[in-house]
Ligand binder design. Structure first.
Ligand code: NAD
Length: 347
C-alpha cells in the first residue's frame, strides 16, 4: 500500500454520495477522516475496515469540536450535508468556516439550486435552496472550492411505497411510475453509489487550478420519464407505464421538511416545467448532428440557442468514463436492492 497521498475530510460518511467518495479515494491511498452519525450498520462497518479510513461518530449541529477534529491534518474536503441532521445552513457554514481556518486546499461541496432566484414563479425547494445559501457563503469566504450538483439517483427507484420514485409492481404483472415530471423532458441521472466517488476523486486530482469556483453537474445520462420506463420495461421484461401526475401521493410517514420539498416539486416540475438545473452554468447550446437529443429541462421544441457548447453530461463523463447507466443499474443493482427489501417479484 502506498503512503497516503492526501488526507480528506468528509461528513455524513455513510450517505450514498460520501460513502462512494470514501471507497474511491481510499482505494488509491488517500487518508480519510469522516464524520458519521452512527458507527453501527453495514456501510459504517464496511468503511471502517478500509485502509487509512478513520470514522468519527457524532452530530454536526453545534459541535465545533467534532468539526475541528475531522479537519485536523486534512488537505482537502468533500462535504455533503443532509436535512435529517438539523439546520443545513448552520452546519454547512460551520464546516466551511472550519475549513477556511484550517487552510483546506480544495473544498468540494455538494450543492443544489435555489430555483426561486431564476424565476419569481418558481418556488425554492427547501432541501435544495439551503445548499445554495451555503454555496454562496463558501464563495464569500474565498475557499478554493468546487460545487457538484448531483442528478437524480438511479437508486431512488424502489417498489416500496415511497413518494416520487416508486416503481409500482401492479397485480397484472406490469410496472407503473407516477410522477409530476413532464413525460418528454429530459432529466439528469446519476448512479450515486457507483459514480459520485470516482468523479469526485478526479476533481481532486485535477484540483482547484482547473475547477475552482465551477459548478459541475454530476449527471451521466439525461433521460425523459418515458425513456426511464422504456428501460425498466426492457430490463425487467414487463410492460412499464409512465403516468404524469401533478400530485405526489404520500403513502408513508415522511419528515415535514420532505413533505414541503415534495409540495415544491409538484409546482416546480408539475406546473412550471422548470429545469432540474436552472441557470446559465447548466445551459448548453449545441445538439449533436443527427441527434434528437434535447437539452435538460427544455422541451424538444425549445432549444436553448445560448450557453456552453456540448452537453450537460460532458463534464461528468470526462471525469469518469466508467459510469453505470440506468439500464445496467436496473438489470443488476435494482434487483439486488429489491431482494434486500424482501421483495420476491424477481423469483
Ligand atoms: P443518504 O440519503 O444516502 O444518507 C443518509 C444518511 O443519513 C445515512 O447515512 C443515514 O444513516 C443517515 N441518517 C438517517 N437518519 C438520520 C438522522 N435522523 N439523523 C442523522 N443521520 C441520519 O445521503 P446522500 O444521498 O449521500 O445525501 C443526501 C443529500 O443528497 C440530500 O441533501 C439530498 O437533497 C441530496 N440529493 C439527493 C438526490 C437524490 O436523487 N436522492 C439528488 C441530488 C441531491
Amino acid at each position: 500500500m502506498p503512503n497516503p497521498k492526501k488526507t480528506i475530510a468528509i461528513v455524513n460518511g455513510t450517505g450514498r454520495q460520501a460513502a462512494s467518495v470514501i471507497r474511491a479515494v481510499s482505494a488509491v491511498g488517500y487518508a480519510v477522516r469522516a464524520q458519521v452519525y452512527s458507527t453501527e450498520g453495514l456501510v459504517a462497518e464496511e468503511l471502517a475496515e478500509l485502509p487509512n479510513v478513520t470514522l468519527f461518530e457524532g452530530e454536526l449541529l453545534d459541535n465545533p469540536a467534532l468539526i475541528d477534529t475531522i479537519f485536523d491534518g486534512a488537505h482537502i474536503a468533500f462535504i455533503n450535508t443532509i436535512h435529517l441532521a438539523g439546520d443545513e445552513i448552520k452546519i454547512g457554514k460551520a464546516l466551511a468556516s472550519a475549513a477556511k481556518k484550517k487552510n483546506i486546499q480544495h473544498f468540494v461541496y455538494s450543492s443544489m439550486p435555489d430555483h426561486s432566484i431564476h424565476n419569481p414563479k418558481w418556488p425554492a425547494l427547501p432541501l435544495w435552496a439551503c445548499k445554495f445559501t451555503v454555496e454562496n457563503y463558501i464563495r464569500q469566504l474565498g475557499l478554493p472550492a468546487t460545487f457538484v450538483y448531483a442528478g437524480i439517483y438511479n437508486n431512488n427507484f424502489t417498489s416500496l411505497p415511497y413518494p416520487l420514485f416508486c416503481m409500482e409492481f401492479k397485480d397484472d404483472g406490469t410496472l407503473e411510475w407516477r410522477a409530476p415530471f413532464h413525460p418528454d423532458i429530459k432529466l439528469p441521472w446519476v448512479d450515486a453509489e457507483h459514480d459520485v466517488g470516482p468523479a469526485v476523486l478526479q476533481i481532486f486530482k485535477e484540483g482547484p487550478t482547473k475547477w475552482n469556483g465551477s459548478r459541475i453537474a454530476l449527471a451521466f445520462e439525461t433521460l425523459t420519464p418515458l425513456q426511464v420506463c422504456e428501460i425498466f420495461g426492457r430490463e425487467l421484461e414487463r410492460p412499464c407505464k409512465y403516468v404524469f401526475d401533478q400530485h405526489i401521493e404520500i403513502k408513508v410517514p415522511v419528515p415535514d421538511a420532505y413533505r414541503q420539498q415534495l409540495a415544491g416539486i409538484e409546482l416546480l416540475f408539475g406546473i412550471y416545467n422548470a429545469p432540474y438545473y436552472p441557470g446559465s452554468d447548466f445551459e448548453y447550446s449545441s445538439r449533436r448532428k443527427g441527434s434528437n437529443e434535447t437539452i435538460t429541462g427544455r422541451s424538444s421544441h425549445e432549444p436553448s440557442g445560448k450557453g456552453r457548447p456540448g452537453k450537460l453530461t460532458d463534464d461528468a463523463r470526462k471525469l469518469w468514463p466508467g459510469w453505470r447507466s440506468l439500464s445496467e443499474y436496473v438489470s443488476t443493482a435494482f434487483i439486488v436492492e429489491e431482494e434486500a427489501n424482501g421483495k420476491t417479484w424477481m423469483i
